[in-house]
Design a protein around this ligand. Structure first.
Ligand code: BG6
Length: 480
């Protein structure tokens, strides 16, 4: 009886997720222009660069190695890779389109046919196996020209350039793609503006002002994309994409609880409120005032945002966050990638990301109860170091355990009444890490022979989790 109620719905979109810049490679082929990821070096230095102001967005091969240039060469190997996804039984595959393949500089009037053709081929290959493409229109890969000449999303001009790009995609792929998302992890922008907004603030004093202005431009651009998408593809589903991490208070001290609540409102909900409910939330007024943020909002912007909310929420879930109002020196920076303090009840991954499957059930409940729109987990997974045994096998039980616990949490949330439509785990095939540019931080069911220094044959190999996930999908989540 218990089993009955915890079943995943029929047609549940099991699959995997990727982003163009992290797997395609071929960074300068077929007239592709450079984008943000092409100028980000590999290794721990990357995180330093994306966190610090004043990055120059230049390539210097005498100093750095650029892992996204070749990545895992999906551009030439997509057939082999999609066949492996099909072998696992994928129902969906999340990928992004590299804006600079379609508009190399981002501001041309006509698109690059070669770029459009590439994604035609990828979508056709997916459909051959009955795999539903789920497309992120912008995933940390703003064209470099828009960064250098326009100052990234600080500049309002990007709204119309994005609208042109998105409209081109909707027209071209109207018969091939139904599920879209506008901006990857849109709410991550205030932490690391360089990734989502394509600029590096001059100093800390302007970070919030510039980030929220950039976000406002993206809200308008996203609303215009929803408008165009629904007109061109009437049965399309266009989502926002959030990075979601429930915020816990370190204890029951109301001061800490209030602090955690405010962090949660601003980080987790502000963007969702605008994109799903169609308006800036009540708390934002005070938050903007207290932080000296003054938004330049043009006539008609708020009406557009109201009129064209998204259809569903896609979100990534990797960790929760624990907050405390007054942190000691040692506590600052001791938490996760996205801040907070250490949670004494949780273990962390080798990269310090705290593992919290119950946090996923909490997130699903919080999001669904607040917004009442379908939810889609479009990223989740464990970045870990894998070892190839002498017999060639890769026994990634740690990854299987991680995913099993998170899938159980999803089943619980479905039983709680949440409308969850799919799960695409992150990096279903090993790819370049976004935050560190490392290959050794592996998420895949499929191992790729490529290493942090760029060496490797690029050969693909099935890990133990490959066979496990295949069973999960074929039994629609009954076998874990
Ligand atoms: C998400 C991004 O933040 O996390 C992905 O949308 C990224 O692009 C993923 O790869 C995992 O992060 P990382 O730094 O381990 O690659």
């Amino acid at each position: 009886m218990e089993k009955e109620t915890k079943r995943f719905p029929e047609g549940f979109l099991w699959g995997g997720a990727t982003a163009a810049n992290q797997l395609e490679g071929a960074y300068n082929e077929d007239k592709k222009g450079l984008n943000l990821a092409d100028v980000l070096p590999g290794g721990k230095v990357r995180l330093e660069i994306i966190s610090n102001p004043g990055f120059d967005f230049e390539i210097d091969e005498s100093k750095y190695y650029y892992p996204n240039h070749e990545a895992i060469d999906f551009y030439h190997r997509y057939k082999e890779d999609i066949a492996l996804f099909a072998e696992m039984g994928f129902k969906s595959f999340r990928l992004s389109i590299a804006w600079s393949r379609i508009y190399p500089n981002g501001d041309e009037m006509t698109p690059n046919e070669k770029g459009l053709e590439f994604y035609d081929k990828v979508f056709d290959e997916l459909h051959k196996y009955g795999i539903e493409p789920v497309v992120t229109i912008s995933h940390y890969e703003t064209p470099l020209h828009l960064i250098k000449e326009y100052g990234g999303w600080r500049n309002r001009k990007l709204i119309e350039l994005f609208e042109r790009y998105a409209t081109t995609l909707f027209k071209r792929y109207k018969d091939k793609v139904k599920y879209w998302m506008t901006f990857n992890e849109i709410n991550g922008a205030t932490h690391l503006p360089i990734l989502g907004l394509g600029f590096s603030p001059k100093n800390e004093d302007v970070r919030l002002q510039e980030s929220f202005q950039g976000l406002h431009h993206q809200f308008v651009a996203s609303a215009l994309a929803v408008k165009a998408g629904h007109e061109i593809i009437p049965d399309s589903k266009i989502g926002c994409m959030l990075i979601f991490a429930p915020v816990y208070s370190i204890d029951a001290n109301p001061e800490n609880v209030m602090h955690a609540l405010r962090e949660e409102q601003v980080f987790n909900y502000l963007c969702g409120d605008v994109q799903v409910r169609g308006e800036y939330p009540a708390f934002s007024k005070r938050y903007f005032r207290e932080n000296g943020i003054k938004l330049d909002i043009h006539d008609g912007d708020l009406e557009l945002i109201k009129q064209y909310p998204v259809d569903y929420i896609g979100f990534s879930y990797y960790m929760s966050r624990t907050e405390k109002k007054h942190k000691t020196e040692e506590e600052i920076g001791a938490g996760n990638l996205i801040g907070g303090v250490k949670n004494p009840f949780l273990k962390a991954s080798e990269w310090g990301w705290e593992i919290d499957p119950i946090g996923l059930r909490i997130s699903l409940n919080q999001l669904y109860n607040r917004y009442k729109v379908p939810l889609f987990i479009v990223e989740n997974g464990l970045g870990a170091i894998d070892k190839i045994e002498e017999d060639g096998s890769i026994n990634d039980d740690y990854r299987i355990n991680y995913l099993r616990e998170h899938i159980k949490a999803m089943a619980e949330a479905i039983d709680d009444g949440v409308d969850l439509i799919g799960f695409t785990s992150w990096g279903c095939i090993d790819l370049v890490s976004a935050s560190t540019g490392e290959m050794s931080k592996r998420y895949g069911y499929i191992y790729v022979d490529k290493h942090d220094d760029g060496s490797g044959t690029l050969e693909r190999r099935r890990k133990k989790s490959f066979y496990w996930y295949k069973d999960v999908i074929s039994t629609n989540g009954e076998t874990l």
